[in-house]
Design a protein around this ligand. Structure first.
Ligand SMILES: [Zn+2]
Length: 103
C-alpha cells in the first residue's frame, strides 16, 4: 500500500507516485500512476464514486497500456493506494484511459 498525496497541480506532481488532485469545478479527480511512471489519469467523481473526505474510490480503477492491457489496477481506500493483485484474473471496472498531459 502507498499513501496518496494531495496536490494542487497534478502536472507539477506528475512523477510523484499516487498523487491526487481534485478539480471541483470539473468534478474530476486527477491521479498519477502509483508506479511512478508519470501517467496521469482522470476520474469522473460522480460517475466512479469518490469520497473526497476519506480519499476513497468506490471501484477498481486502472491505467491501460497502448495495446489495451492493464498497466496498473487497484483502488484508493482511506488515502491508501491498493494494488489489485487479482488483476490478471478479473477485469478492472471503471478504468480510465491514461492521458498525456505533458505541456
Ligand atoms: Zn505506471
Amino acid at each position: 500500500m502507498m499513501r496518496a498525496i494531495l496536490v494542487e497541480d497534478i502536472r507539477r506532481a506528475q512523477f510523484v507516485p499516487g498523487a491526487v488532485e481534485f478539480d471541483t469545478t470539473r468534478r474530476s479527480m486527477f491521479w498519477t500512476c502509483p508506479c511512478g511512471c508519470g501517467t496521469i489519469g482522470e476520474l469522473d467523481i460522480l460517475k466512479v464514486g469518490v469520497d473526497r473526505d476519506t480519499l476513497t474510490v468506490k471501484t477498481t480503477i486502472g491505467i491501460l497500456n497502448d495495446d489495451g492491457s492493464t498497466h496498473w489496477a487497484g483502488t484508493l481506500k482511506k488515502g491508501e493506494w491498493i494494488d489489485d493483485q487479482d488483476r490478471d484474473m478479473a477485469e478492472p471496472r471503471g478504468r480510465v484511459q491514461a492521458e498525456d498531459r505533458a505541456p
